[in-house]
Design a protein around this ligand. Structure first.
Ligand code: ARG
Ligand code: ZN
Length: 846
């Protein structure tokens, strides 16, 4: 069944108090609930429940007929006529956490009881109005033999075998959490700006404590940052984080009790890469920041998901830029947006940040809702300025604290705070698709005229695309490299619009879309020399990187489509290497060639059919050329970027290591893996270890290294996930499917663990030319595994279907293989609603 935004109605009751009592047992957990209701409007009492064994139901102590349960609809409907104005609803149900392999509701992960309730998991725990606009204080009693018993809010009492928790802040059921297990904490405290002392704990399995320190440091930095940047203070006596090994997503912001995928908590120099550390800091921040943007102010309904997610991603991006390098962070974010969101926007799964219908909400935790949602806020901020943004956010927290809100409320806050009319801007929330911005230039008598055009191609269900408001930040760079116009913000509101700059001495080069001021694709006429000029002299780090990136992309596409080229890029790299030590992070970003997926996307956007094998060959050839042309400079830099002294997971060290590995990647193409072999043996941190291993796999010189790696880390699940991921990802395309098949053999491939499944299957889908193998073997292998996982874990299966979202851009032969594989999946008896929705939408793209 499809849910529509237009059908949303207020819930006719208020919940005054929710009391829950858990008697935990792996196969037979008892849940008793007492829920206070007060009528607000006419209507029956409708509660959600799924897979519950209901033992009893009562209203004010009078038992109810279990026949009121409509199991097929997962609803319990109590007629309005049987209900007083205020009453207490009681239920006793039994659930089976051990059988819960979907990891939604209450489940067991390695013997630890834990929960995941967003979006609609609470209905798997007991009968409840499981919708985000119904908020209540929770009072929770947990009885269990497990030593540590946690829930939301503040601890009330804690004796052996029983703990009582009270959460005074009204919250929707999706923020409920419970954890019970044999856990140990590393503990610290934080004193908030108004002097409240908060106890902080990061709970992990015994033995993992020495890898939890960075998560704690990140939490403390997050709490401090939210006070300084947004004036937001924490509001309970305790803040608990728990790491579990089995988790469908990254982490969850349950009030006062964040639950994390252990890969986003545990880190040590030996086991985690610089990238892992950065993600841990970012996600710890993200979940913490949800306390205000998500929990104190939540969403009225799930169509508004991006109200909390877009804003919280935007906030975690700001946090990371403040903690590390703002330039590098922005470039990383643009790379992710392009790789994941642009591709989503261009295919059959395209949807706006604020969708107006869905079948399964869990399928909408997407790059569009999260990352594009964050970009839209970035544009708002650019339009209203720093002070306007701050004013609007203060008003938002002031006006809506304690409420369940809509995107409409959010926009209104900006209008009220700044006096701007944002009616047209709102289209960014409701319209899908990435606008294409074209620029043509005219130059006469010292006047430069920029003619812009915008166009968005139709997306599923949205044939017409009116123009959007596009903030275009630009600067002008003179022919000798001087900046003749600093960053200026143009506001494009029409389909076509021109802007003039006069009094210019010589014709400058436009540094366009500085800071990536809007999530659009750009088409413009620019020569390789002009791109090289920007790469050498642009003052905006993003635009400077983009110029080099475009130069590389053009060189790659020329090769992949039969023209041998790339001289300008090779030459530009020379200049870059000479100066690389002054900004290693930037040099590293430029040295990583655009990935095969991005090359394919760009070719498809230009109306051509990408050939995965040709793309792979072109990228390898260009890398080899660069390596041969600059061997000495690369080798010198590789040695210079050595990191003596103890490992520190900060931006400076990370920059040196990323430049070192970028050099290694290129050099490996011509030194037969010699340096990579040495580094693999000598490195004392996982960043260099994994980097070297990836080079060895790509060169086919990996045998000993893989054995050594497995011997050293065999007992560490998170590190072994890397081992499972890098092999299908980096193996030469012609061999990768066979290798994935070998790796998938029992017993080490614990496929019911989402991290392990994503490592191996996701590793292969990330190997562009292997997944899109002309014989269809990649598609077939992946679908075999999706069919196996779906009955066990529909959420993770459905998410991984998006690997197929680009299938219609390839040639007829590949399309036929993809269609056959997808049809096989679609036809599987008992296919989950999650996966069925994804496959139907993807197949409809043809
Ligand atoms: N709200 C969480 C976050 O962004 C994501 C959890 C979503 N989980 C799910 N099963 N849909 O941090
Ligand atoms: Zn979030």
């Amino acid at each position: 069944v499809t849910q529509y935004l237009a059908d949303w109605r207020p819930y006719p009751f208020e919940v005054t108090q929710t009391r829950l009592e858990f008697d935990l047992a792996p196969r037979t957990t008892r849940v008793r609930s007492q829920i206070g209701f007060r009528r607000k409007d006419t209507g029956d009492l409708v509660l959600d429940g799924a897979g519950l064994k209901t033992l009893s139901l009562a209203i004010d102590g009078r038992s109810l007929d279990l026949g009121l349960i409509r199991a097929d609809q997962e609803k319990l409907v109590i007629p309005a006529a049987d209900l007083p104005e205020s009453f207490t609803f009681e239920a006793e149900v039994e659930i089976d956490p051990e059988a819960n392999t979907a990891l939604e509701g209450l489940y067991l992960s390695g013997g630890i009881f834990c929960t995941q309730c967003e979006a609609e998991g609470f209905r798997h725990i007991t009968w409840y109005p499981d919708r985000p606009d119904v908020m209540a204080p929770f009072h929770v009693t947990i009885r269990s033999d497990k030593p540590v018993l946690l829930s939301n809010g503040n601890p009330m009492s804690n004796t052996t075998k029983e703990a009582v928790w009270h959460d005074p802040w009204p919250k929707p059921a999706y923020l409920f959490a419970l954890v019970a297990g044999d856990l140990v904490a590393i503990s610290d405290s934080f004193t908030t700006m108004s002097g409240r002392k908060v106890a902080l704990n990061v709970w992990v399995r015994p033995g993992d404590q020495d890898r939890a320190g960075y998560a704690m440091e990140s939490l403390i930095r997050s709490m401090k940052w939210d006070e300084e940047a947004y004036g937001r203070e924490y509001d309970l006596d305790v803040f608990n984080i728990v790491a579990v090994d089995d988790f469908n997503m990254g982490a969850m912001e349950n009030k006062g009790l964040n639950i994390f995928n252990s890969k986003l908590v545990l880190a040590s120099a030996e086991t985690a890469t610089d990238g892992d550390y950065e993600r841990i800091e970012g996600v710890i921040g993200h979940e913490y920041f949800h306390n205000w943007t998500g929990n104190r102010i939540t969403c009225r309904d799930w169509f508004q998901l991006c109200l909390k997610e877009g804003l919280t991603v935007f906030r975690d991006q700001q946090f990371t830029s403040d903690m590390r390098s703002a330039a590098v962070k922005r470039i990383h974010d643009v790379q992710t947006l392009r790789a994941r969101q642009f591709r989503e926007d261009a295919g059959p799964l395209a949807h706006p940040p604020c969708p107006d219908h869905y079948q399964e909400i869990n399928n909408f935790y997407t790059a569009t809702v999260y990352e594009k949602g964050a970009e839209v806020i970035g544009m708002l901020k650019r339009l209203v300025g720093e002070a306007g943004y701050r004013k609007a956010l203060d008003l938002y927290f002031d006006r809506h604290d304690g409420q369940a809100c809509t995107i409409e409320d959010w926009i209104t806050v900006f209008e009220d705070a700044t006096g701007r009319d944002l009616t047209r801007f709102k289209r960014w929330y409701t319209d899908a698709g990435t606008p294409r911005l074209s620029l043509s230039e005219e130059w006469r008598d010292g006047t430069l005229t920029l003619n812009f055009r915008q166009e968005t191609v139709p997306t599923p269900g949205q044939p017409d695309k009116p123009p959007r408001v596009i903030p275009i930040a630009l600067g002008l760079i003179g022919p000798n490299g001087d900046e003749v116009l600093p960053t200026t913000m143009l506001e494009m509101t029409w389909a076509e619009q021109s802007f003039r700059f006069d009094g210019l001495g010589a014709r400058p080069v436009v540094s366009l879309l500085r800071g990536f001021s809007a999530p659009v694709t750009v088409s413009r006429e620019i020569t390789a020399d002009e791109q090289a000029l920007l790469l050498a002299h642009d003052t905006d780090p993003y635009a400077r990187w983009q110029a080099g990136h475009d130069l590389a992309l053009d060189a790659l596409i020329a090769r992949a489509t039969g023209v041998t080229d790339g001289a300008e890029f090779r030459h530009a790299i020379g200049g870059l290497l000479a100066d690389a030590e002054s900004d290693p992070a930037f040099a590293a970003l430029c040295l990583w060639l655009p990935g095969e997926e991005e090359i394919a996307t760009t070719i498809a956007t230009r109306g051509l059919t990408p050939d995965p094998d040709a793309i792979h060959a072109a990228r390898e050839a260009l890398a080899r050329d660069i390596a041969s042309a600059h061997e000495q400079a690369l080798a010198r830099l590789y040695d210079a970027m050595d990191n003596p002294g103890p490992y520190r997971p900060d931006a400076e060290g990370g920059a040196r290591r990323s430049l070192r590995l970028a050099c290694l990647g290129l050099l490996s193409r011509i030194d037969a893996g010699k340096r990579a072999g040495t580094l693999f043996g000598a490195a004392s941190n996982m960043t260099e270890r994994q980097g070297a291993l990836e080079c060895l796999i790509a060169t086919g010189k990996d045998g000993d290294a893989l054995v050594a790696f497995a011997q050293e880390f065999g007992s560490n699940r998170l590190v072994m996930d890397k081992w499972f991921m890098v092999q299908p990802l980096r193996t030469a395309p012609g061999l990768a499917v066979a290798r994935a098949r070998e790796l998938a053999a029992p017993p080490d491939f614990d496929w019911k663990n989402p991290n392990r499944f994503r490592a191996l299957i996701g590793g292969l889908t990330g190997n562009h030319a292997a997944f899109h193998a002309a014989d269809g073997s990649g598609y077939g292998f992946v679908v075999d595994w999706l069919m196996r996982l779906d009955p066990v874990n529909p959420q993770t299966t459905a998410r991984m279907c998006s690997a197929f979202e680009t299938w219609t851009r390839y040639d007829a032969g590949r399309q036929a293989h993809a269609r056959a594989a997808l049809s096989r999946l679609a036809a599987m008896p008992g296919l989950s609603r999650n996966t069925a929705e994804m496959v139907t939408r993807i197949l409809a793209g043809a």
